[in-house]
Design a protein around this ligand. Structure first.
Ligand code: PLP
Length: 491
């Protein structure tokens, strides 16, 4: 006989037992933990090292259950976590989160819908479909557009490359989806500053990382149109088939936006698939700087991340396509999940749009934030971070000892310490040490990147509530850390 623990009734969310009361108690505890450790934090990191934290956790499994669920050792996870909601957490495209979306996560988890089939979601499928339609309208796509929520920009880019590859070979009469690649090489042209997930996707798709042909950017880190034409002409002359052009709307380091309109016209003339990686820049759709995305509506496929400039919790991304029929090459029927009869009966099973099967109801977070804060206020938050980026650039320029690398169109600023007395190698080492020292002290979570062999600092200013004073403090911390490291390197 199977023994069923009576107390399990208090854990599973059913109407019998006490599970709802338990959820209320646990949620209150979790909220207290959020308030004490995430909302009220005076710096972006405790500075703990991995080995120190491991020591604190010693024998954690034997201590499990000794304290409240979200207290004790568990609370330490958040005490020693990176505090993304703090203004001095400015290394990555990693955003502070909107409170309604955090509350939405509770509903997403409690309902535990799986977005692959109607019979695992009911209404939620329609919500995702409606949000995709809304996003299509924002882009300027026609009604026949479609899309799907994904785990992130990496997966959205992979889907974009998959669809482009299938489309290219289908046009040549080859069904690579069924039969695989016949061995022919094929290429994708992108900005030299395109995200690495483009090359990685091509490797996953059997084309190899080197199938990503990088186009030199101009001095504003945008894909140069003449270079694009030259690169394409060279590939053509060498008999190298090109599958697609990838434009980036918001490069990871510089926030630069490729000339979308010019690239789209080029793709139209050459009959090439255009994928726009707007994982970062997609947020501009809600901002007063929407014009920077002009031409986006001409792309065959687009990556847009809601877990970047839209301030939604991870994960929340989309892959959009200009026409729903462009998704057909990944559509298949499965006897257990999405039967052909469902389609005939008008039942929507979203698995047909996705390369994932079980999938989260991330679209709900977008739905909730369209209710509150609503499109207008949401857009203002995006405008604010752009303004902060602008102010950061101006402030950096006013520092005699800093050199600004990019004129930011978005909220990423790259800069370095000017010091003629240091060789490039010494300067690179110093920048690296400064970033690590600031992290170890927990004062600033600073980004670092490299441009033409020079290690630079990077600020990705994702917090709309970051004030000018906060920003000036961040820069002063960086400057002081430079002076300290510079002084120490003399010893
Ligand atoms: C331009 C761009 N594309 C794609 C990605 C990958 O997105 P994700 O980290 O959500 O997979 C990033 C990540 O920063 C990015 O900056």
């Amino acid at each position: 006989m199977i023994m069923v623990e009576e107390s399990l009734e208090n854990y599973f969310l059913t109407s019998s037992g006490d599970s709802f009361t338990r959820l209320e108690d646990l949620t209150r505890e979790a909220l207290n933990c959020i308030r004490d450790n995430i909302v009220n934090c005076d710096q972006p990191f405790s500075g703990i090292r991995g080995d120190e934290f491991r020591d604190e956790l010693k024998n954690w499994i034997s201590k499990a259950g000794e304290t409240s669920t979200f207290g004790g050792l568990t609370e330490k996870v958040f005490q020693h976590g990176i505090q993304v909601n703090h203004p001095a957490c400015a290394a990555h495209l990693h955003c502070p989160v909107l409170a309604p979306a955090v509350a939405a996560e509770l509903l997403i988890a409690a309902s535990n819908y799986s977005m692959d089939s109607w019979d695992q979601t009911g209404a939620a499928t329609i919500i995702e479909d409606e949000i995709v339609k809304w996003l299509g309208q924002k882009i300027g796509y026609e009604e026949c557009s479609s899309g799907v929520f994904t785990s992130g920009g990496t997966q959205s880019n992979l889907m974009g490359m998959l669809l482009a590859r299938n489309h290219f070979f289908t046009q040549r009469g080859e069904d690579v989806g069924s039969q695989g690649l016949s061995g022919e090489k094929a290429y994708v042209v992108c900005n030299e500053h395109a995200h690495f997930s483009i090359s990685q996707s091509l490797a996953l798709l059997g084309l190899g990382r080197d199938a990503a042909v990088k186009v030199k950017s101009n001095s504003d880190f945008q894909m140069d149109l003449t270079e694009l034409q030259n690169t394409y002409a060279k590939l053509k002359a060498e008999g190298c088939p090109v599958i697609a052009v990838v434009a980036t709307a918001g490069t990871t380091d510089f926030g630069s936006i490729d000339p979308l309109l010019g690239i789209a016209e080029f793709c139209r003339d050459e009959d090439l698939w255009l994928h726009v990686d707007a994982a970062y820049g997609g947020g501009l759709l809600l901002s007063q700087s929407k014009h920077l995305l002009s031409g986006l509506q001409l792309a065959d496929s687009i990556t847009i991340d809601f877990h970047k400039l839209f301030f939604l919790p991870i994960s929340c991304s989309t892959l959009m396509v200009k026409n729903s029929n462009l998704l057909e090459s990944i559509h298949f029927f499965s006897n257990y999940l999405n039967r052909q009869e469902d389609q005939e009966e008008g039942v929507l099973n979203l698995v047909g749009r996705s390369i994932q099967t079980t999938r989260r109801f991330d679209a709900f977070k977008v739905w909730v934030c369209l209710q509150t804060p609503g499109e207008k206020l949401w857009g203002e938050a995006i405008d604010k971070v752009l303004k902060i980026g602008e102010h950061a650039a101006e402030t950096i320029k006013s520092y005699y000892s800093f050199e600004l690398v990019n004129r930011p169109v978005m909220n990423s600023v790259v800069f370095y310490l000017k010091d003629k007395a240091l060789s490039l190698e010494e300067a690179n080492l110093l920048h690296n040490k400064v970033r690590k020292a600031l992290l170890a002290e927990g004062k600033v979570v600073l980004g670092q990147t490299e441009i033409a062999g020079r290690v630079c600092f990077k600020l990705t200013l994702m917090n709309p509530l970051c004030t000018e004073e906060d920003l000036e403090n961040i820069l002063e911390e960086v400057y002081q850390a430079c002076l300290i490291q510079r002084f120490q390197s003399r010893d």
